[in-house]
Design a protein around this ligand. Structure first.
Ligand code: GDP
Ligand code: MN
Length: 378
């Protein structure tokens, strides 16, 4: 789950991280009032669940309340990477001398959380990571020991932080780590950590992503979620209780079991297709679940064909086939559907499919090749 910058800053502030004074607004008039209250130059920042807002024109400085109101009227309602700006954060502007990057995320390869520190923070950190990765110091964190002081020092020196930053960054990194652990984050980031012209350190931006699988431990955070800020198909899947990930291609994929579905994505790619989604309907294939899954996949206007990949284990193949037939019969389906069915009672299942317009397949490769071909012809 993603949360907004202003929410991340509220969390970080509770852990002792200094953040600029500011408030959230939804109208230009509110922005003006906040700017008047702050009584100084302000920065008006779009609150959307994507990075790179600065480069997209979603962050603007304003010298006066008049100007703040004017820039807010341009930023509110703006489209940033497909998301509409509904809120802005109005903060006292900082006199930026230097910008640093601080981040913690999971390094899947190392099976450890990793601390990242860079003296090349700011809006170009993605390019830094891609082109000059040596400018980002990385330290793996032992989950049993936590983040140690010596690791903080190592990372800050290796990153070549300025003297003032080295002296103060520890407090930010400890707070960031504690937030990351307490909130079951998949990412916690301060970029930029700003060294002001006055010589103080302050978090100018904050980003916190929470692992969805841990949300049950954070009932208090559920109201921070904003469905309008997520992919609409993923939000609908969430409402339906389906494990769905939007992938942007044109072949809808439905299977039972996450591993099987991931394998199916690879096969479709190998066959020259592009998966529209990941969808795991889990064990069994009850008609209602199948219908709901199929309906969801077909809500994506790009989908030109659907591939079912079902392994009949405890669930019998004929039962699965009946589920798919009943489920698809309820919907007015305009695209080809290939069903690969294997396991217990697969012959009976395929015999049932043979009486429908659903296209049966025996192997995953065959199924992938068929759906790619049919979708292309459609
Ligand atoms: P992002 O582009 O979505 O990561 O948004 P950030 O909050 O990181 O802002 C992008 C950039 O805007 C920062 O790297 C700064 O250079 C600039 N910026 C943000 N806040 C201020 C501010 O208070 N004063 C000034 N001068 N620049 C700011
Ligand atoms: Mn940023």
């Amino acid at each position: 789950m993603k949360i907004h910058e202003y929410q991340a800053k509220q969390v970080l502030a509770r852990y002792g991280v200094p953040v600029p004074a500011g408030e959230v607004a939804t109208t230009p008039a509110e922005v003006r009032a906040i700017a008047e209250k702050l009584g100084k130059r302000v920065v008006v920042k779009s609150q959307v669940h994507v990075g790179g807002r600065g480069k997209a024109g979603g962050i603007k400085l304003a010298d006066t309340p008049d100007e703040a109101e004017a820039v807010a009227s341009r930023i509110l309602g703006m489209d940033i990477k497909g998301l509409t700006v509904e809120k802005v954060l109005v903060e006292e502007a900082l006199n930026i001398a230097r910008e640093y990057y601080l981040g913690i995320t999971l390094d899947r390869g190392a099976q450890r959380n990793v601390l990242m520190v860079s003296a090349a923070g700011g809006v170009d950190i993605e390019e830094v990571a891609a082109e000059t990765p040596e400018k980002i110091a990385r330290v793996l964190i032992d989950p049993a020991l936590g983040l140690r002081d010596y690791q903080i020092r190592d990372a800050c020196y290796a990153a070549g932080l300025d003297r003032e930053a080295i002296a103060g960054a520890g407090k930010f990194l400890k707070a960031l780590y504690q937030t990351y652990i307490d909130m079951d984050c998949s990412l916690a980031e301060i970029n930029p950590l700003v060294l002001t012209a006055e010589g103080t350190l302050i978090a100018a931006d904050g980003k916190i992503n929470i692992d969805d699988n841990a949300m049950y431990r954070h009932a208090d955070l559920a109201d921070l979620a904003e469905e309008g800020q997520d992919n609409p198909l993923e939000a609908e899947a969430h409402r339906r209780g389906l494990q769905y990930v939007y992938l942007g291609g044109d072949i809808g994929i439905i299977g039972n079991g996450a591993g099987l579905v991931m394998g199916t994505l690879d096969e479709v790619k190998d066959a020259g297709g592009t998966p529209a989604n990941f969808l795991d309907i889990g064990g069994g294939a009850k008609a209602e679940v199948v219908a709901s899954a199929l309906e969801l996949v077909l809500m994506d206007p790009n989908v030109k064909g659907v591939l079912f990949n079902i392994f009949g284990g405890i669930t019998r193949g004929d039962e699965v086939a009946r589920g798919i037939i009943a489920g698809s019969a309820r919907l007015n389906i305009q695209v080809p559907i290939v069903v690969r069915l294997t396991g217990t009672n697969e012959a009976e299942g395929r015999a049932l499919l043979a009486q429908t317009t659903l296209v049966p397949a025996e192997t995953m490769q065959e199924a992938a090749a068929k759906i790619v071909e049919l979708a292309r012809a459609a």
